[in-house]
Design a protein around this ligand. Sequence first.
Ligand code: SF4
Length: 213
Amino acid sequence: MRLLKPIDSCGIMLSYRCQCGCRHCVYACGPRWQGWMSRDLLEALLLAIRDTWENPRGLHLAGGEPFLNFELLLLAVEKCREYGLPIEYVETNAGWCTSYEEAREKFRLLKEAGLTGLLISCSPFHAETVPLRRTLTALQAAEEVFGPDRVILYLPHFVELIRRFEMDRPVPLSKWLEAYGLEEAGRLFWHGERTVSRKHRSFLERPQEGAFG
Ligand code: SF4
Protein backbone atom coordinates (compact mmCIF):
# COMPACT_ATOMS: atom_id res chain seq x y z
CA MET A 1 0.00 0.00 0.00
CA ARG A 2 1.21 3.46 -0.87
CA LEU A 3 1.23 5.83 2.15
CA LEU A 4 2.31 9.00 0.39
CA LYS A 5 0.94 10.58 -2.75
CA PRO A 6 3.53 10.96 -5.49
CA ILE A 7 5.23 14.36 -5.29
CA ASP A 8 3.66 16.79 -7.74
CA SER A 9 5.85 19.86 -7.22
CA CYS A 10 9.57 20.43 -7.01
CA GLY A 11 12.13 23.23 -7.00
CA ILE A 12 15.73 23.44 -8.11
CA MET A 13 18.22 25.73 -6.39
CA LEU A 14 20.80 26.79 -8.96
CA SER A 15 23.06 28.14 -6.21
CA TYR A 16 23.14 29.17 -2.55
CA ARG A 17 24.62 32.47 -3.77
CA CYS A 18 22.43 35.46 -3.02
CA GLN A 19 23.32 39.11 -2.54
CA CYS A 20 20.67 39.43 0.21
CA GLY A 21 21.63 36.99 2.95
CA CYS A 22 18.25 37.52 4.65
CA ARG A 23 18.14 36.78 8.36
CA HIS A 24 15.16 34.48 7.91
CA CYS A 25 16.54 32.46 4.96
CA VAL A 26 15.81 28.79 5.62
CA TYR A 27 18.64 27.73 3.30
CA ALA A 28 21.21 30.14 4.78
CA CYS A 29 21.85 31.58 1.31
CA GLY A 30 24.01 34.66 1.07
CA PRO A 31 26.89 36.49 -0.62
CA ARG A 32 29.58 34.27 0.90
CA TRP A 33 28.53 31.38 -1.35
CA GLN A 34 30.30 31.51 -4.72
CA GLY A 35 29.49 28.30 -6.58
CA TRP A 36 26.78 27.52 -9.10
CA MET A 37 25.37 24.21 -10.28
CA SER A 38 27.36 23.05 -13.31
CA ARG A 39 25.58 22.83 -16.65
CA ASP A 40 26.25 19.07 -16.74
CA LEU A 41 24.77 18.52 -13.31
CA LEU A 42 21.76 20.66 -14.18
CA GLU A 43 21.05 18.67 -17.33
CA ALA A 44 21.55 15.34 -15.55
CA LEU A 45 19.25 16.44 -12.74
CA LEU A 46 16.49 17.57 -15.10
CA LEU A 47 16.72 14.32 -17.07
CA ALA A 48 16.54 12.30 -13.85
CA ILE A 49 13.47 14.28 -12.75
CA ARG A 50 11.83 13.72 -16.12
CA ASP A 51 12.50 9.98 -16.00
CA THR A 52 11.32 9.42 -12.42
CA TRP A 53 8.63 12.02 -11.73
CA GLU A 54 5.31 10.16 -11.63
CA ASN A 55 3.01 13.08 -11.03
CA PRO A 56 4.44 16.25 -12.59
CA ARG A 57 2.42 19.38 -11.85
CA GLY A 58 4.94 22.17 -11.51
CA LEU A 59 8.64 22.81 -11.16
CA HIS A 60 10.23 26.08 -10.11
CA LEU A 61 13.75 27.46 -10.36
CA ALA A 62 15.31 29.37 -7.50
CA GLY A 63 18.51 30.08 -5.56
CA GLY A 64 19.96 31.82 -3.93
CA GLU A 65 19.25 34.47 -6.48
CA PRO A 66 19.02 32.85 -9.93
CA PHE A 67 19.23 36.15 -11.84
CA LEU A 68 22.84 36.57 -10.64
CA ASN A 69 23.72 33.89 -13.22
CA PHE A 70 21.30 34.73 -16.00
CA GLU A 71 22.95 32.45 -18.57
CA LEU A 72 22.50 29.42 -16.34
CA LEU A 73 18.93 30.41 -15.54
CA LEU A 74 18.10 30.78 -19.21
CA LEU A 75 19.67 27.39 -19.95
CA ALA A 76 17.63 25.81 -17.16
CA VAL A 77 14.39 27.19 -18.60
CA GLU A 78 15.34 26.04 -22.12
CA LYS A 79 16.16 22.55 -20.87
CA CYS A 80 12.89 22.29 -18.94
CA ARG A 81 11.03 23.00 -22.14
CA GLU A 82 13.23 20.61 -24.16
CA TYR A 83 12.63 17.80 -21.66
CA GLY A 84 8.91 18.50 -21.34
CA LEU A 85 9.09 19.48 -17.66
CA PRO A 86 6.22 21.76 -16.53
CA ILE A 87 8.04 24.84 -15.29
CA GLU A 88 5.71 27.04 -13.20
CA TYR A 89 7.83 30.01 -12.22
CA VAL A 90 11.25 31.41 -11.35
CA GLU A 91 11.80 33.02 -7.94
CA THR A 92 13.67 36.30 -7.54
CA ASN A 93 14.36 38.84 -4.81
CA ALA A 94 14.58 41.60 -7.51
CA GLY A 95 17.69 43.11 -5.92
CA TRP A 96 19.38 43.07 -9.35
CA CYS A 97 16.52 45.04 -10.90
CA THR A 98 17.86 48.59 -11.25
CA SER A 99 16.61 49.11 -14.82
CA TYR A 100 13.08 48.59 -16.09
CA GLU A 101 14.31 48.01 -19.67
CA GLU A 102 16.91 45.45 -18.60
CA ALA A 103 14.37 43.61 -16.47
CA ARG A 104 11.83 43.54 -19.30
CA GLU A 105 14.46 42.21 -21.72
CA LYS A 106 15.52 39.44 -19.33
CA PHE A 107 11.90 38.46 -18.74
CA ARG A 108 11.26 38.51 -22.48
CA LEU A 109 14.19 36.15 -23.11
CA LEU A 110 12.97 33.80 -20.39
CA LYS A 111 9.46 33.84 -21.79
CA GLU A 112 10.79 33.07 -25.25
CA ALA A 113 12.69 30.13 -23.71
CA GLY A 114 9.50 28.72 -22.18
CA LEU A 115 8.93 30.46 -18.86
CA THR A 116 5.35 31.48 -18.11
CA GLY A 117 5.51 33.05 -14.65
CA LEU A 118 7.58 34.74 -11.97
CA LEU A 119 7.54 34.98 -8.17
CA ILE A 120 8.97 38.17 -6.64
CA SER A 121 9.79 38.23 -2.93
CA CYS A 122 8.72 41.15 -0.75
CA SER A 123 9.08 41.22 3.05
CA PRO A 124 10.75 43.24 5.82
CA PHE A 125 13.65 40.76 5.66
CA HIS A 126 14.17 41.24 1.93
CA ALA A 127 13.71 45.00 2.35
CA GLU A 128 16.82 45.06 4.54
CA THR A 129 18.88 44.75 1.35
CA VAL A 130 16.46 45.33 -1.55
CA PRO A 131 15.02 48.84 -2.01
CA LEU A 132 11.28 48.68 -2.60
CA ARG A 133 11.62 50.51 -5.91
CA ARG A 134 13.52 47.52 -7.35
CA THR A 135 10.80 45.14 -6.21
CA LEU A 136 8.15 47.31 -7.87
CA THR A 137 10.21 47.81 -11.03
CA ALA A 138 10.55 44.03 -11.38
CA LEU A 139 6.82 43.65 -10.72
CA GLN A 140 5.85 46.15 -13.38
CA ALA A 141 8.22 44.69 -16.01
CA ALA A 142 7.17 41.12 -15.21
CA GLU A 143 3.46 41.95 -15.43
CA GLU A 144 4.04 43.54 -18.81
CA VAL A 145 5.85 40.47 -20.16
CA PHE A 146 4.01 37.57 -18.49
CA GLY A 147 0.68 39.24 -17.69
CA PRO A 148 -0.60 40.19 -14.20
CA ASP A 149 -2.10 36.75 -13.58
CA ARG A 150 1.27 35.09 -14.06
CA VAL A 151 3.28 37.15 -11.55
CA ILE A 152 3.16 36.45 -7.82
CA LEU A 153 4.29 39.13 -5.39
CA TYR A 154 5.07 37.36 -2.15
CA LEU A 155 3.88 39.00 0.12
CA PRO A 156 1.92 41.94 -1.33
CA HIS A 157 0.69 43.51 1.92
CA PHE A 158 4.26 44.45 2.82
CA VAL A 159 4.51 46.90 -0.11
CA GLU A 160 2.51 49.62 1.65
CA LEU A 161 4.26 49.04 4.95
CA ILE A 162 7.76 49.27 3.45
CA ARG A 163 6.78 52.23 1.27
CA ARG A 164 6.07 54.29 4.40
CA PHE A 165 9.71 53.95 5.43
CA GLU A 166 11.61 54.28 2.18
CA MET A 167 11.38 53.64 -1.56
CA ASP A 168 14.97 53.96 -2.74
CA ARG A 169 17.07 52.54 0.07
CA PRO A 170 17.05 49.36 2.11
CA VAL A 171 15.12 49.48 5.39
CA PRO A 172 16.92 47.89 8.36
CA LEU A 173 14.80 45.83 10.76
CA SER A 174 15.77 48.32 13.49
CA LYS A 175 13.48 50.88 11.79
CA TRP A 176 10.50 48.58 12.27
CA LEU A 177 11.44 48.10 15.92
CA GLU A 178 11.72 51.87 16.41
CA ALA A 179 8.36 52.48 14.76
CA TYR A 180 6.35 49.64 16.27
CA GLY A 181 8.26 48.21 19.23
CA LEU A 182 9.50 44.65 19.51
CA GLU A 183 6.21 42.85 20.14
CA GLU A 184 4.17 44.76 17.58
CA ALA A 185 6.89 44.45 14.92
CA GLY A 186 7.01 40.70 15.55
CA ARG A 187 3.26 40.42 15.05
CA LEU A 188 3.47 42.56 11.96
CA PHE A 189 6.17 40.39 10.40
CA TRP A 190 4.04 37.35 11.04
CA HIS A 191 0.54 38.55 10.16
CA GLY A 192 0.75 41.90 8.35
CA GLU A 193 -0.96 45.25 8.76
CA ARG A 194 -4.25 44.01 10.21
CA THR A 195 -2.65 43.31 13.59
CA VAL A 196 -1.25 46.80 14.11
CA SER A 197 -2.68 48.44 17.20
CA ARG A 198 -4.40 51.84 17.20
CA LYS A 199 -1.44 53.64 18.74
CA HIS A 200 0.69 52.72 15.70
CA ARG A 201 -1.95 53.59 13.11
CA SER A 202 -0.71 57.16 12.78
CA PHE A 203 2.58 55.84 11.43
CA LEU A 204 0.74 53.74 8.86
CA GLU A 205 -1.48 56.62 7.87
CA ARG A 206 1.34 58.90 6.75
CA PRO A 207 0.94 60.19 3.18
CA GLN A 208 2.30 57.79 0.56
CA GLU A 209 4.69 58.43 -2.31
CA GLY A 210 3.74 57.20 -5.79
CA ALA A 211 5.11 53.73 -6.47
CA PHE A 212 7.17 54.80 -9.45
CA GLY A 213 7.39 58.49 -8.76
S1 SF4 B 1 16.50 36.50 -1.02
FE1 SF4 B 1 15.69 34.44 -0.73
S2 SF4 B 1 17.43 33.07 -1.17
FE2 SF4 B 1 18.28 35.13 -0.85
S3 SF4 B 1 18.85 35.14 1.33
FE3 SF4 B 1 16.76 36.01 1.14
S4 SF4 B 1 15.37 34.30 1.48
FE4 SF4 B 1 17.42 33.43 1.04
